[in-house]
Design a protein around this ligand. Structure first.
Ligand code: ARG
Ligand code: ZN
Length: 254
């Protein structure tokens, strides 16, 4: 692929309490994080241990709030919808006006991000490429979006959105989603085989599945560590992103 792909984003703020109606500044803070993380420009990338530094990848994707609405008119790339729904789940109801949410903009031209109150401690969820257009996109809870306003530690550095957009580009969890076994794979060769998710703020090395001496690549966006501990995509993961942009999401490459 030549050059950097620019992804138009629409953020659908679906709010029940006034606090959930997050500010434009909080939305912009999330866009800023994405444009650092997907270009390996995030300053905290210096945390990557020497053993993994050669695997850090520039995803060559940038994001901007859409300036044209689906009808061609001007827009800020933000929609705001008041809802009677106190909290949402991973059942996609937030993605339709008929079920208390907001309808997506055409999924072949926009990355749809919904920000709402997610129940039960769920930080966010994503749809992988190849699914129905009506539910395509990413949902993030309002306390884990951006870096200001309602963003709350330890998920206040915008990394939930980075992680979920990783899924939207067809990346799997780094431990392979097999619970805590060593059989599951993320289908990426340069990420060490890893037992289960890491959480919190791990210390290097975190060894599992006989992957010593360097252990798990827990500082990867596709693990489950706190926002301040996840700082990189690997070259192999970005190969999956590239394949996605050559395939199911090629409409975003102009
Ligand atoms: N879907 C995951 C969850 O809700 C997202 C985890 C994101 N992790 C993070 N440190 N921001 O649990
Ligand atoms: Zn995930």
């Amino acid at each position: 692929r030549q050059g950097v792909v620019q992804i138009p984003v629409v953020v659908h703020v679906v709010w029940n309490t006034a606090q959930q109606n997050i500010s434009d500044a909080q939305i912009q803070s999330q866009m800023d994080v994405l444009n650092l993380d997907f270009r390996e420009k995030n300053p905290d990338i210096s945390q990557v241990p020497a053993a993994f530094q050669g695997l850090i990848a520039d995803a060559r994707v940038e994001f901007f709030l859409a300036s044209r609405a689906p009808d061609g008119g001007p827009t800020q790339g933000i929609t705001r919808t008041q809802t009677n729904t106190a909290s949402f789940q991973s059942d996609d109801r937030v993605k339709s006006q008929a079920t208390g949410g907001a309808d997506p903009w055409p999924a072949d031209r926009y990355l749809n991000l919904w920000v709402c109150n997610l129940a039960g401690g769920l930080l966010g969820y994503a749809q992988f490429p190849g699914g129905p257009a009506a539910t395509d996109g990413v949902v993030i809870t309002y306390t884990a979006f951006g870096t200001t306003g309602t963003a709350a530690a330890p998920f206040n550095l915008g990394r939930t959105t980075t992680h979920e957009i990783g899924h939207w580009f067809n990346m799997y969890h780094i431990w392979g989603d097999d619970g805590t076994g060593c059989k599951g794979s993320d289908e990426v060769l340069d990420t060490p085989n890893q037992a289960g998710p890491n959480t919190g703020v791990p210390n290097f090395p975190c060894i599992s599945c006989n992957n010593g001496p360097n252990g798990d690549m827990f500082m990867n966006y596709m693990d489950y560590v706190d926002d301040l501990s996840m700082v990189m995509f690997s070259l192999g993961q970005v190969e999956r992103l590239d394949a996605c942009l050559d395939g199911p999401r090629q409409s975003f490459v102009t």
